[in-house]
Design a protein around this ligand. Sequence first.
Ligand code: ZN
Length: 453
Amino acid sequence: MIEAMNGKIGRGRRAAPALMTLVASIAAACACAPSGRSPAGRAAAPDVDGAIVLALATELAGPAYSGRALGSPGGALAAELLAGRLRDAGFAVAFKDFPERVPVNSGDALLETVAPDGTTLRFEWREDFREIARGGYEGGPAEGPLFLVSDPAAPFPPGSILLVRGRLYDVEDDASYAARGAAGLVCELVGTDPARRPLWAGQAPGELVEPKSGYVKLGVSAEAFDRLASSPPGTRLRIESPLRFVDATGRDVVAARDGDGGGAEPRLVVCAHYDHVGADRDGSYFPGALDNAAGAAMAVALGEALARALPGADLAVVLTDGEEVNLSGSTAFARAPDFPLAGIAVLNLDMLGSKADLPFSVYSLGDPAGSKLARSLVAALEAAGFRAAHEAPVRNLDHTPFSLAGAGAASITEYDTADYHTKRDLPSGLSADELDRLGDALAAWALAEISGR
Ligand SMILES: [Zn+2]
């Protein structure tokens, strides 16, 4: 899921009442009853093994994949691994490449005050401060007098580094600050923290960011902001952002299965993004276990289960790249799909299987087909003992380009913000038991969807 700077859709972590947990576990136990052939002879719901999903998610979140950034060796390795699994399940797999321009942390990072008496005070990267992609400004060094902004319209000395409270900061003001001669901006992060890595520069999906230079941006924690704001008069700021925009090639993994021999025209596409936000310059990486190694692993497991249960059905699994950049892979695919999208169902999986006790959010654009699909997913999740609610319109997930291309599309998300886009998003935060119960519920739902109910 893409994070929007200072303000974000979705909700944070919430504790569930104990009774709800009890009801959920009883209902879930019922949903896990052993299955065989149904009396009508139709294939019974296939079984998804949560331990296998967790093992694949753990692999993807490991060091070999190094945060799975678009255009990186780790991203390419992840595409190969996932394609191999889907080929083994009988899918024809194609790599669909597309151009993108991505933020990479390749320069130095610095935030330092220089008091009039020459005393310097250094701040810590990822603890106190971080890069900001939003606005599309290239990083680099800047130095100037610190100017605490109390009114965005008020004048400041040219060459200043502006210090802006979160509630006063609007990304739309950057152009004006830069035009009035600010050398850079340090803003207080609200609802996010320096441990997170953002990629979205603010461009519309399908557009390449046009990087701007000469104005360097950093975000700081509230605590670091207070320290900066209490600097003595005459303090100068030295800042440097490592962020550079680099042209790269994204790679969607498109797996289709022509079950009836008449060409692959699936009624249902299972979709998940396999990319994440990459690594820092020191090589430490963002594992992205919940976001979205888990969803990609679940999409593969559903593809495998459905191929076993419905050998005569057309199926597709689309694993997108560049979701974290700008919904890039889903946008590229929807522009030139391998099969017709109008009227089909697209189930997008993004952040699933957290150990935290959270309800599922089912997101759609609020269009009739997407809403209908979302309601049926909510019902399936509730029947399996999960809490779930439909929220619309929500645009910052991969269902959006599919919906705009005429599919009924919805995303299922367990929006656990505790470790969102940080180096703490590890496989240890995932639950094999929940992935197992969720996989079985989604497989049963998908089977009914493909079979026409
Ligand atoms: Zn994300």
